[in-house]
Design a protein around this ligand. Sequence first.
Ligand code: PDD
Length: 278
Amino acid sequence: RTVYLNGAWLSEDEAKVSVFDRGFLFADAIYEVTAVISGKLVDFAGHAARLRRSLDALGIPAPVSENQLLSLHKEIARRNALLDGLIYLQISRGAQDRDFLFPEGLHPTFVMFTQAKQVLDNPRWKSGISVQTSPEGRWANRQIKTVQLLYSSLAKVNAARDGFDDVLFVEDGFITEASSANFHMITPEGTLVTRDLSNALLHGITRGSILDLARKAGLRAEERAFIPEEAKGAAETFITSATSFVMPVVSIDGHTIGDGTPGPVSRRLLDLYIEDRL
Ligand code: PDD
């Protein structure tokens, strides 16, 4: 693969980042993941806007303009002949001698790579996935898309050991989100419910798009916090992200949701999203 590193196009084994990089030493870095379908970027504007918010929140200067960012996305897809898959980008504050304090004027480290993957026709869209509730132990500013993913990664590995596909983080009794996706339910009355935006969860680009599409399609939608017990009694539950779009969740802690198969509303939203974004 050809990867992008600070203005250069390099083969993946040529690209090197300093061991003193603050992304490596302090997780002082942010990231984005954007899907590509048939060579077309999915929800690019939303990902670019959130990238800007994450950079501003950490005070990392943007290494490129939004127009340049778009060109880089197109260029990396072209160079890797990527038709279907993901584009990952990470920007760290840069490298310095290890110090909790950082000076002004560090040079950000900007890396991009592609991952070829069949994002459409995900076989799991048909079966759905299972999740395990897990105490929320991530840091307190989850709206910033930082690379502090250790807790999420460990929680997901634990869940996998217990036979689940993902975790559902719970804080003060309320669901926040899954390890790398937002969580939603369709109530028995047919209302889409998703948690309201705050620092408790990542403001998912796919979440926002699905909410818009659902309302346009005439579905009632509410943004509020809810507890696992309510989700377990829902007609349907699902998660959303740039990598899974709309993925049905068919069981929570071993409790079957609905009839245990992906529901019609989740499927409709997935179809609407694919139709609208292609
Ligand atoms: N993760 N919540 C968390 C904690 C996430 O990491 C993600 C995305 C989402 C969904 O956001 P979006 O719809 O903007 O992708 C929610 C990416 C896909 C990843 O880490 O690979």
